[in-house]
Design a protein around this ligand. Sequence first.
Ligand SMILES: CSCCC(=O)C(=O)O
Ligand SMILES: [Fe+2]
Length: 195
Amino acid sequence: MVRAWYFDNDEEGNKKLPHMTDPPQFVDLEGLKKIGVLYWKVDVDGDDMEEGGLVPKLKEERGYKHGDSIAISRELMPDYVDVSKMLYTEHLHPDEEIRLAVDGVAYFDVRDLEDKWIRIEISKGDLIILPAGLYHRFTVEQEKRFVKLERFFTEITRWTPYNRPADDHPARVAYLKSMEKPKEEEKKFSWCNFL
Ligand SMILES: CSCCC(=O)C(=O)O
Ligand SMILES: [Fe+2]
């Protein structure tokens, strides 16, 4: 099951360790939703993957026409060191990032609205969607040092990372704007209550 917590900001330590604060500050699915991160639990060995199941339905709803499967580990990748450095470099994408873990364990770090890192641990059956324009980075976890992921894309040719700073990227601007709306709604609501 997915877990998420605030990263302890120790950027010098081993990135593959959990980096929880003491005491840990966990973030629930609602907290992730507030920054646009969506989550589904998937039975990867069962009906969820079959025609009419959760994953094919999600693909259709969100227009994912392409997909592939990648395994990340030192043993399986000749260019592991470069790839893992690249994936742990803070970046964003013009499209949402969809990943379904089918084996192993990995961490996605995502920025909250105050620019603090939230670490999301994914393992078998965790499907997450990061919105376009959200700064994030990724690493495998220390113990297994291995993860296998299904990736889905709307257009495979458009899959590009833009490293931070990319604050003027239209996807970043649109993301921040989409995060403003709930705040405005909240304001309107409290004003109505006041009247
Ligand atoms: C290897 S999947 C997760 C890493 C990532 O953020 C990406 O591929 O853009
Ligand atoms: Fe990414």
